[in-house]
Design a protein around this ligand. Structure first.
Ligand code: GAR
Length: 190
């Protein structure tokens, strides 16, 4: 069974969808939420669902000692990034090789890399007059948005789309697919 830690920096609508999914899918359990600030709304979601949470500080995250202790304490064997904006350090990608995944709000390898998150991605897609965008679920290595692609789904980009309307379409795709894909993956952590 997967003991899942969700890392999220923002509002956490994906986190909410994943928590909801694993209430009835017994292949996994969301055991921990990890975030960058106590004020992030995803922490309110953790409290609402009575899920343990951990707040990172940036330097400590780079070194990893505290985080590894917390992950151990909760028996975490699978990490899900859901709108988490810090680069994942090598100690985590090594320990969780094959068991750490991310969702990106575009069709990688286009519109990925440092600085390409949330609304910046949708703005770039609109600026390039793309006819379609979508989501990419991929394994995580120690570069931004670079790991092996597991799954993609697409949506149309219409002439009338704005950053907000495109973000809404992408969120619908994310909420429909991310938890199901997580459910199908195996944990490789011993
Ligand atoms: C999601 O759209 C996710 O794909 C994106 O942040 C949003 C978080 O939304 N992630 C990235 O841009 C990573 N490069 P949420 O807080 O509502 O789940």
């Amino acid at each position: 069974m997967k003991r899942i830690a969700v890392f999220a920096s923002g509002s956490g609508t994906n986190t909410e969808a994943i928590i909801h999914h694993f209430k009835s899918d017994l292949t996994g359990d969301v055991a921990l939420i990890v975030s960058t600030k106590i004020e992030n709304y995803v922490i309110t979601r953790a409290k609402n669902h009575d899920i343990a949470f951990h707040i990172l500080d940036k330097q400590g995250f780079k070194e990893g000692v505290d985080l590894l202790k917390v992950l151990n304490l909760h028996d975490i064997n699978f990490i899900v990034l859901a709108g988490f904006m810090w680069l994942i350090p090598t100690y985590l990608t090594r320990k969780f090789q094959g068991s750490i995944v991310n969702i990106h709000p575009a069709l990688l390898p286009k519109y990925g890399g440092k600085g390409m998150y949330g609304k910046h991605v949708h703005q770039a897609v609109l600026d390039a007059n793309e006819a379609e965008s979508g989501i990419t679920i991929h394994h995580v290595n120690d570069k931004y948005d670079d790991g092996q692609i597991i799954f993609q789904a697409t949506c149309n980009v219409d002439i009338s789309d704005t950053v907000e309307s495109l973000a809404d379409k992408i969120h619908l795709l994310e909420h429909a697919h991310y938890a199901k894909i997580i459910s199908e993956l195996q944990t490789g952590v011993s």
